[in-house]
Design a protein around this ligand. Structure first.
Ligand SMILES: *Cc1c(COP(=O)(O)O)cnc(C)c1O
Length: 520
């Protein structure tokens, strides 16, 4: 293949876009308030004349003075410099960036749901409660647990909620809360697991992976004991392999008196095929914004429902949603052993409507089919990508991959000096989002690829072709790969600066302060 041919199909728009504050012009009004009698021809102008004196501000807030069309164009231009699942393949491993059917947004945006106020009387929000109650029942069935709460607004908060429930169980039931202060967590786990366990007051005990990338059973046996509060496990694990010793693992932890937590953020491989409840788990969280199609990124919005076994149900957050004998729905706060509320109101309701619509549209067989296709797609990539010079498939070579696969670019780095990060950035030039890189930590030069079920075979072949092309470039012209991306709006980002709180200006005030500092 000729690596000098032009890059196919992708050139990102590039705007020198100022901040809205910088576009502000004194006296410009964003929206005219039409006069109630005469309409737009005679506008009221300022809201002041409509608002009672006691509700008016003494001074105007320091917000940009700018017209509506300028605002809309500003955000459209910014969006053109971004990449999304509606622009191209987005194989960001562990994040499940699947296409989100438009019908989900249609449902969430329908007036009855979108204009609902959380302080409305339950007699006027029965439909919303019914939807939440039914979604809980479906998630009970999908996870094999006894009860579900929809309250946590993210996966990490679902973990925190689940771990608090476990701690409360040890406090109230076994009476061993003080003594059971250790949470066992495999070294391949998502970083939120140790963070959640530590936030809930636990000491984190790291369990190493064995040669196959699975939980090291001997190490687990040695670590489990009278101080064990529980084990937090991701299955399929972060290299995309199903823990084949799952029964033995759950036996070891339960025999030691601990509880089993299932990180179900990546449920995309197992819907309708197997269930954490059947594997012996006591607690599980799901990410509705991954597996159940709600779009996500940049921190939200999400939903991280938590399912628990029967003996833990009394500790779930309040309010619980109940169906009365006559078929009406209500909030139930009467759970004295509940850990309390973990989020304002009842969860991210719009996200719940989207997940409800998604499950409703696919049905039981459709969910299973989605998982089967996701697994097929991940294996297709694993097989083809690992044959490309410079790339390999570390750990459990013979085990099938589940929702994702982790490819190592260690060989490529040794041979050519081109790293996993360079490969990820070069992919952007072809209109493909970068895979997750350098995670899990147990794989050197990791590229964690999750195609999801929504990519066609044609797109998968294109992705594999581009990996092959990048490998050829690395061996013939490594500088070309290292100087990528060329076709994106912004080119070489300083990753350290981009991630460091000291260098970020998170508000207009910070931005101005930094500007002043720079001038001094
Ligand atoms: C995404 C993810 C989480 C955290 O979910 P958030 O909604 O981002 O807080 C936890 N565990 C795993 C395995 C994940 O992939």
């Amino acid at each position: 293949m000729n690596s000098e041919r032009p890059d196919p199909r992708f050139h990102q728009a590039k705007w020198n876009e100022p901040l809205l504050f910088e576009m502000s012009e004194s006296g410009v009004i964003g929206h005219l308030v039409p006069s109630p009698e005469k309409g737009i021809m005679e506008t009221v102008g300022s809201l002041d004349s409509l608002l009672p004196k006691e509700l008016q501000r003494r001074s105007l807030p320091a917000i940009p003075e700018i017209s509506e069309v300028q605002v809309v164009r500003h955000f459209t231009r910014l969006s053109q410099m971004n990449f999304s699942v509606t622009s191209g393949t987005y194989p960001l491993g562990s994040c499940t960036m699947k296409y989100n059917p438009v019908v989900n947004d249609w449902a969430a945006a329908s007036d009855g749901f979108a204009w609902l106020h959380p302080y409305q009387d339950v007699s006027t929000s029965q439909g919303a409660l019914e939807l939440m109650w039914e979604l809980e029942q479906w998630l009970v069935e999908i996870t094999g647990m006894a009860a579900v709460t929809l309250q946590p607004p993210a996966g990490a908060q679902g973990e925190f909620t689940g771990v608090l429930v476990m701690r409360e169980y040890h406090r109230c039931v076994t009476g061993e809360c003080e003594q059971r202060d250790e949470m066992l967590i495999p070294d391949a786990a998502h970083g939120t697991n140790p963070a959640s366990a530590a936030m809930a007051g636990h000491k984190v005990v790291v369990i190493p992976s064995d040669d196959e990338g699975l939980v090291d059973i001997d190490a687990l046996k040695a670590a489990a004991g009278s101080r064990t509060a529980g084990l937090m496990l991701t299955n399929p694990n972060t290299i995309g392999v199903f823990e084949k010793n799952i029964r033995e693992i759950s036996g070891i932890v339960h025999d030691a008196g601990g509880l089993l937590y299932y990180d179900g953020a990546n449920f995309n491989a197992i819907m309708g095929i197997t269930r954490p409840g059947d594997m012996g788990f006591d607690v599980v969280h799901l990410n509705l914004h991954k597996t159940f199609a709600t779009p996500h990124g940049g921190g939200g919005p999400g939903a991280g429902p938590v399912g628990v076994s029967d003996k833990l149900a009394e500790f779930l957050p309040v309010p619980r949603i109940v169906r009365n004998d006559v078929g009406t729905f209500d909030f139930d706060y009467d759970h004295p052993r509940s850990i309390g509320k973990v989020h304002g109101f009842y969860g991210n309701f719009g996200v719940l409507v989207k997940a409800y619509t998604y499950i409703y549209a696919l049905g039981k067989h459709g969910l299973r089919r989605a998982s089967e296709t996701a697994v097929l797609n991940a294996n297709y990539i694993a097989v083809h990508a690992s044959k490309i010079p410079g790339f390999s498939l570390p750990y459990s070579q013979d085990a099938p991959r589940m929702h994702e696969c982790v490819i190592s670019a260690e060989g490529l780095l040794e041979d050519t000096g081109v790293s996993a990060m360079n490969v990820a950035k070069r992919l952007l030039d072809f209109g493909v989002h970068s895979p997750t890189v350098y995670f899990p930590l147990i794989v050197p030069e990791a590229l964690m690829i999750e195609p999801t079920e929504t990519e066609t075979k044609k797109e998968l072949d294109f992705f594999i072709d581009m990996l092959r092309r990048i490998s050829e470039e690395a061996y013939s012209n490594p500088e070309k790969v290292k100087s990528a991306p060329q076709s994106t709006a912004l080119r070489h980002l300083d990753e350290y600066r981009a991630a460091h709180p000291k260098t970020l200006a998170l508000s207009w005030r910070m931005f101005n302060e930094k500007k002043l500092d720079a001038q001094e």
